[in-house]
Design a protein around this ligand. Structure first.
Ligand SMILES: [Zn+2]
Length: 154
């Protein structure tokens, strides 16, 4: 594993296109771990060609929605903190199998899974904070989109 200080200088990006550093999502409120170790992949995977039953991103990866900040190529915790100020966009998209310690909320509806049509439907299993939206239904792509204001990357 590459050793890197926790707060690398802002603006310094990996030289290759891939952001190779594995991170975990944790609950911003209580610090509970909410994902397996994942590596950022290009947001290009988020183009709406994902078919029903297919994962938006493979396991072990996450992608960041192009956010209201417009800093889709930036990476790192400082940018995430700024994303947290934005009310929309910038969500972190993971494979459902990489999400952990989350539980359904009351508005979790779907046919044979979660359709995500009623807004965020997953909460931190420890503290109950609303953390994101899972889509795992038979007619949706398979994904969990975490709210940037609810999670931290560590
Ligand atoms: Zn929590």
């Amino acid at each position: 594993m590459v050793q890197q200080p926790p707060d690398a200088a802002p603006g310094v990006r990996p030289t290759s296109g891939a952001h190779a550093q594995a991170v975990r999502l944790v609950c911003r409120r209580c610090g509970a771990r909410l994902s397996a170790a994942v590596v950022e992949t290009d947001a290009d995977v988020l183009v709406p060609q994902v078919q029903a039953g297919q994962p938006t991103v493979p396991t072990g990866r996450f992608a960041r929605e192009p956010g209201a900040t417009g800093e889709r190529h930036a990476t790192g915790r400082r940018v995430l903190a700024r994303d947290a100020e934005a009310s929309s966009g910038g969500r972190l998209v993971l494979h459902p199998d990489d999400a952990c310690h989350v539980r359904p909320l009351g508005n979790d509806h779907g046919c044979c899974g979660s359709d995500g049509l009623d807004g965020p439907n997953r909460a931190c299993a420890r503290c109950g904070a609303v953390v994101g939206t899972a889509r795992t239904d038979c007619w949706t792509p398979l994904e969990v989109r975490f709210l940037p204001r609810a999670v931290l990357l560590v």
